[in-house]
Design a protein around this ligand. Sequence first.
Ligand SMILES: Cc1ncc(COP(=O)(O)O)c(C=O)c1O
Length: 407
Amino acid sequence: MSSAEVNRQTFDEVMVPNYSPAAFIPVSGEGSRLVDQDGKEYIDFAAGIAVTSLGHRHPEVTRALHEQVDRLWHLSNTFTNEPALRLARRLTETTFAERVFFANSGAEANEAALKLARRWAHDHYGETKRKIVSCKQSFHGRTLFTVSVGGQPKYTEGFAPLPGDLEHIAFNDLAAAEAAIDDSTCAVIVEPVQGEGGVLPATPEYLKKLRELCSRHNALLIFDEVQIGVGRAGTLFAYMDYGVTPDILTSAKALGNGFPVGAMLTTKDIAASFVVGTHGSTYGGNPLACTVADKVIEIVNTPEVLGGVKKRHERIVEGLARINETHRAFRDVRGKGLLIGAELAADLAGKAKDFVNVAAKHGLVILVAGPNVVRFAPSLIISEEDLAEGLKRFEATVAEVVAAARG
Ligand SMILES: Cc1ncc(COP(=O)(O)O)c(C=O)c1O
């Protein structure tokens, strides 16, 4: 099949230049393998960005979507629909949540969470309880509210005026949390594992402390599990592994395995502040998206898939340690489950993107998390064979980048 009428150059001719995509264009995928326009094959250690957690075109998910495509695509929220209700029931049965709101992305799920927190605090405590506390280096999406709550100033530059009453504190710093969270705080939002910020897991003590402070000051604790949720931590959601329950949890990315969907999960009492007319979305709860997500949760929430995450984590970490023995390329390998970051050694600082580019040459797709961290987020069910082959290609990548940098 030829797709030669469009190519990478077309991007520069017709697209807004806010992305800088790879030089090649993948055109098909199956499991953890991608094929580009030239027929070259890649091992996929990225899964989008932690999205296609069941691999590309998982047969059961594909079948469920096909069946729904042949039944009903869209209704709008003037009706409810069966797939949305089934998915909401599954999410409430498998998590702390009693109520669910559907959106189309992580940013929208977080936007809903932050708006709900403000509204809930306003309803119960009045106008002055509106401070939102979040962490430096955090990432919560690209709407103006979520990008302002996020802790990376480069993403808000030039977009002022920004929403107010936001405070950013150092991640994993108990004293900073104690100092910032007070009775004027309506919500604290945190990623249990910071993804974009460099693959940094929260310490259990930190999340416990946030829970304690939120309970003490009647503030809502929001866990942004957009990147780490839906099995990637080795439990259905990371909060389950930490043993700390939030008041609101947001999910997206892997929830749809590549089909756009987001969800905000909360309790019945908190949800009560979103009365009719307070918030909404045309596509949120779309039957196609909810059919896919329902099948994804059904498959992920099994001992085979969740147990397999731990095994694969160990396999990758061992592989990286072995590569590092030869090349001394990383100063730290960290993460949780199948979200793993390798922080570059001092003399390779700033070169994470070089690893991505050289990996592509060797037929491997990987990610960065900032300029100094190479990030791995493969499918949760990647085969032993693909894992081994991917690590082999990564070793060749490291050898080449290191040789170029060190001469
Ligand atoms: C933790 C976290 N929250 C929110 C988002 C935003 O999700 P989306 O791009 O679907 O809006 C991301 C995306 O990378 C994320 O990693």
